[in-house]
Design a protein around this ligand. Structure first.
Ligand code: PMP
Length: 350
């Protein structure tokens, strides 16, 4: 820390992203990226847009919003695009939370929530998951602050049915409920259909997983027009050009290439079920993941030990080293070949 760093941030513990090693080519199953390249149409539009980068991008993302509105069935003023969904999660903490409106989220969930709370000086309460790592919906009814809930949850992968999400939204009509649907396309139910009914619901999604654009940084939020206007007030006060020209066009391409998107999601789901069976036969237990990863622990071997052993053999998975989940590994679903390579290494180790 330099002697100039503001005291207000001196205790801040930054979020630690999954490793992105450059030194060696790993079988990378640690950050839930897609094993498939961006859609060919997204690539074509992105390449064309690169030639116009002497100009600023459109701060209103009008073309992308028009396409998204049609494809996702929401009004153009009910959607806002952001530089990865992390950005809108931060904006939501900035826009809706303060000392009188604390944040509430599960004790095991996306590791960025407590960081966003800290950087924005927002008090927060973490609600423990049940022992089986599920969310007890009753704990989230009539709570004292804004709710942040990932569905499916991360890193457990466990999804709540839409009826439970609606119970949380309806149970906190004077609070904002942010439903983080980063992984929804791999088998969970989206709450987007509820935004016209509830003005306190903000749904966030990303192009990083199911649409193969993690490196382009594109996410979005869907909610009541007034909530979206608030997010835009924050966005225009921080970085109105948050979506660059290439990314906006790639987003349009990805949304238009629906067959590619659907086929990839189906393949991931099939590969997830295939991998789960293989892991079971090796002595792993798993949550019922509806995401593009499995959350697995071995009956005998320690999570931290397996993480180190497979890394030495060129396979990267995620180990959180946190109480309650210390023995778990979060394993991204890659291609069938990537998963077979992991299984082969695990067979040797175990
Ligand atoms: N929410 C959850 C639960 C996540 O795991 C991630 C990915 N790290 C994000 C949001 C943010 O993803 P992105 O910023 O790439 O859209």
């Amino acid at each position: 820390m330099s002697r100039f760093f503001s005291e207000k941030y001196s205790a801040l513990v930054p979020y630690v992203p999954g490793e992105q090693p450059q030194n060696r080519k790993y079988n990378k199953l640690n950050t839930n990226e897609s094993p498939f390249p961006p859609s060919p149409y997204a690539l074509k539009l992105g390449r064309e847009a690169a030639g116009d980068c002497q100009l600023y991008s459109d701060p209103d993302c009008r073309q992308l919003r028009a396409v998204a509105s049609e494809k996702l069935g929401v009004g153009e003023n009910e959607i806002v695009f952001v530089n990865g969904s992390d950005e809108i999660l931060n904006f939501a903490f900035m826009a809706f939370c303060d000392k009188d409106h604390p944040a509430i989220f599960p004790n095991i969930s996306y590791g960025f929530y407590p960081v966003f709370a800290q950087i924005n000086n927002v008090p927060y309460r973490e609600i423990p998951l049940r022992e089986d790592l599920t969310v007890n919906v009753d704990d989230y009814i009539g709570v004292e602050g804004n709710v942040f809930i990932a569905n499916p949850n991360a890193p457990t992968g466990i999804a709540l049915p839409l009826s439970d999400i609606e119970r949380i939204v309806a149970g906190n009509l004077d609070r904002v409920v942010v439903v983080d649907e980063a992984y929804v396309d791999f088998g969970a139910e989206s709450a987007v259909c509820l935004v016209k009914k509830y003005d306190n619901l903000l749904v966030t999604q990303t192009f990083s997983k199911s649409r193969s654009l993690a490196g382009a940084r594109l996410g979005f939020g869907i909610g009541n027009e007034k909530l979206i206007a608030d997010i835009n007030t924050i966005r225009f006060s921080t970085n109105p050009y948050n979506i660059n020209k290439v990314t906006e066009k790639m987003g349009i391409g990805a949304l238009c290439d629906e067959d590619y998107f659907r086929a990839n999601c189906e393949t991931i789901i099939k590969t997830r079920e295939y991998t789960a069976e293989k892991l079971k036969s090796l002595g792993f237990e798993m949550t019922d993941s509806k995401a593009n990863f499995l959350f697995a622990k071995h009956k005998k071997a320690k999570g931290g030990d397996i993480y180190v052993e497979v890394k030495e053999r060129g396979v990267l998975v995620r180990h959180f080293g946190k109480p309650l989940i210390d023995d778990y590994l979060r394993i991204t679903i890659g291609s069938r070949e990537q998963m077979d390579a992991l299984i082969a290494e695990l067979e040797k180790i175990l």
